[in-house]
Design a protein around this ligand. Structure first.
Ligand code: ZN
Length: 262
């Protein structure tokens, strides 16, 4: 099916997904508009399986967020961002969409494979960050292995890692709908899972973190206890969206290199 032949279906499916996002109040207006546009491109260039991977990633992310609620950030260490805006949509889906449009030299299967791997990373990371903090066990920094506050970027827990593996495996399974071999599906799941671990490494090393001078808490918010907090780690401009974008880009490059090498 060419992009043009698939366009009516792409418009219909994307509008249904965008309608669901509006109904569930999952995205801001700008976020919904961009998500709709990216969904049309994904559907037109990647076909129905690519759309189903996008829909599953979106629905599982929203579902996990609702399931975890406040428990995803028990100590309020994250920056309060609420609904997903256009920047966040771009940082989570933009690179995957670009794979479908740009990876032509690798052929249709190659392009779709990179897309699926990038989306696997996005879902693995989303599930880990939302469901990980529900873990009753320890959360440690992936780089230093020292215990850190639940919900803080760079932290890993047993549940979070399991949730991440589950998310990556789900996208791997869905990619079988492209009619691929199990070997490719496993590659996609592994790339997604590895990408989510790298996301934690980037989160630990690069993402900005502050310490409150009053209560001493380390967090991603700039203010606490009514005063500005001091930066203790990471780069001032790198937030969670930046880290997600960087991990997506890493999976894109890794998948491209692996496929190009055969
Ligand atoms: Zn404080």
């Amino acid at each position: 099916m060419t992009a043009v032949q698939g366009l009516p279906a792409a418009l219909l499916l994307s509008s249904a997904l965008a309608g669901l996002a509006v109904w569930k109040r999952a995205l801001t207006a700008g976020g919904t508009a961009l998500a709709w546009l990216l969904s049309v491109l994904i559907c037109a260039f990647g076909g129905l399986p690519a759309f189903l991977i996008l829909a599953a990633t979106f629905l599982c992310t929203v579902g996990a967020g609702r399931l975890a609620g406040e428990r995803a950030d028990p100590r309020g260490v994250r920056r309060k961002s609420g609904r997903r805006d256009a920047v966040r949509v771009f940082c989570n889906v933009g690179v995957g969409t670009a794979a479908l449009l740009l990876a032509g030299p690798l052929g249709e299967t190659g392009a779709r494979c990179i897309y699926a791997a990038v989306l696997a990373e996005s879902l693995a990371d989303s599930l880990a960050s939302k469901l990980g903090p529900l873990s009753t066990g320890r959360t440690v920094d992936i780089c230093t292995l020292r215990p850190i506050e639940k919900g803080l970027s760079g932290g890993v827990s047993l549940w979070g890692t399991a949730a991440s593996l589950l998310g990556a495996a789900l996208v791997g399974l869905l990619s079988l709908l492209f009619g691929w071999s199990l070997r490719l599906a496993v590659l996609i799941a592994l790339l997604g899972f590895m990408g989510a671990l790298l996301d934690s490494v980037y989160g630990s090393l690069l993402q900005v973190k502050y310490r409150c001078p009053v209560c001493g808490a380390v967090m991603e918010r700039e203010r606490c206890c009514g005063v500005p907090a001091e930066r203790v780690k990471g780069l001032r401009r790198v937030n969670n969206d930046g880290v997600n974008f960087l991990s997506n880009l890493t999976v894109f490059a890794l998948a491209w290199a692996l496929l190009a090498a055969g």
